[in-house]
Design a protein around this ligand. Structure first.
Ligand SMILES: O=P(O)(O)OC[C@H]1O[C@H](O)[C@H](O)[C@@H](O)[C@@H]1O
Length: 320
């Protein structure tokens, strides 16, 4: 599945209803425009065109917010959003020296570029369950001059966000649209909302090797079944064999994060000092209500030859 340039529709002027099962609206204009989709049963998702950042996902008939969003997140296109699901491409973290991504900012340009809304489709499965899919695109032509200069390669990104009753699926396809090969990393920087971090444990990483960024990027092996967050955590788990990472709260599953064609997962919580140092992180105690479980391909590089396509993503199931 790739991004066919000739078939790129512009959905901005399309009618807003997708049938009785869901509505899709474009709210606001300019840099703060967002696409809001709501199922007839009340679940909803909001996607800012800036960064194609999912800023809200509600399950349980619209009663449970699943994503943490900082009260001071910039939602006007002035900087990457602190919270929700920022899209990280084509580099994760600070770019390395002597690489084609070297001149890019931390986490690349996808989270701070304005994407196009390509369209929507609603469907109903055999059991009568509804879902709505929103498609977004980012192409070389949509980049700022600075980003294009820093990474002068031709690419097409298509990002599909599918809302179902108890789940949200976010999948990217990356196409090399230029004449030479390129290398990239990709990650979905999901800020999951929890009630109380002291009651949270993360399962599904046992036996996996990780780089601990809090301990001078040293390599370790996850020996415990449960990862508890009791201080700053910034770990890159590499080459995970099992597909599902489960966030457990109060001894009950809260989220399943299922990876598709992505081998790595970053677990991040800034804790007291790092949260205090981030101007857009609010409230300052907000780190007690969040944990980032970020699926991606960040260990080494994915390489695409001319015309090739890479696809990967996640499905998050909410148990509330
Ligand atoms: O502040 P940002 O650029 O959004 O990055 C926020 C965080 O992203 C990831 O989780 C990295 O592993 C962290 O090292 C980084 O601090």
């Amino acid at each position: 599945m790739g991004v066919e340039r000739a078939n790129r529709p512009s959905a901005l002027s399309a009618p807003t209803a997708t049938g009785p099962s869901a509505t899709v609206d474009i709210v606001g204009s300019g840099p703060s425009s967002k696409v809001v989709a709501t199922l007839a049963s009340g679940e909803s998702v909001e996607v800012l065109l800036y960064g194609a950042t999912v800023t809200s996902w509600k399950s349980n008939g619209g009663k449970t917010e699943n994503l943490w969003l900082s009260e001071k997140a910039a939602l006007d296109g002035s900087k990457a959003v602190r919270g929700g699901i920022p899209v990280v491409f084509p580099v994760f973290g600070p770019p390395p020296k002597d690489h084609t991504t070297s001149s890019l900012p931390q986490h690349g340009f996808a989270r701070s570029s304005r994407w196009e809304f390509l369209g929507k489709s609603a469907s109903e499965d055999a059991l009568g369950s509804n879902s709505v899919k929103l498609d977004f695109g980012l192409y070389t032509s949509g980049l700022s001059e600075d980003a294009r200069k820093a990474w002068p390669l031709d690419f097409g990104l298509q990002y599909s966000v599918t809302l179902a009753k108890d789940s949200l699926q976010t999948v990217v396809s990356v196409r090399n649209e230029g004449g030479q090969s390129f290398e990239f990393q990709f990650l979905l920087h999901t800020y999951l909302k929890v009630k109380d971090i002291s009651k949270v444990s993360i399962k599904g990483l046992m036996g996996v090797e990780y780089v601990d960024k809090v301990l001078n990027a040293s390599t370790h092996n996850q020996s415990d079944m449960d990862l508890k967050i009791t201080g700053e955590v910034d770990r890159v788990y590499k080459g995970i064999p099992q597909d599902t990472t489960t966030v457990v709260e109060d001894e009950k599953p809260r989220f399943d994060v299922v990876r598709d064609n992505l081998q790595d997962t970053v677990v991040w919580n800034p804790w007291t000092e790092k949260a205090a140092a981030m101007g857009d992180f609010a409230p300052k105690e907000g780190f007690k209500q969040m944990v980032c479980v970020e699926v991606g391909t960040v260990n080494g590089w994915q390489k695409l030859e001319k015309g090739e396509v890479f696809e990967g993503g996640q499905t998050i199931k909410s148990f509330l």
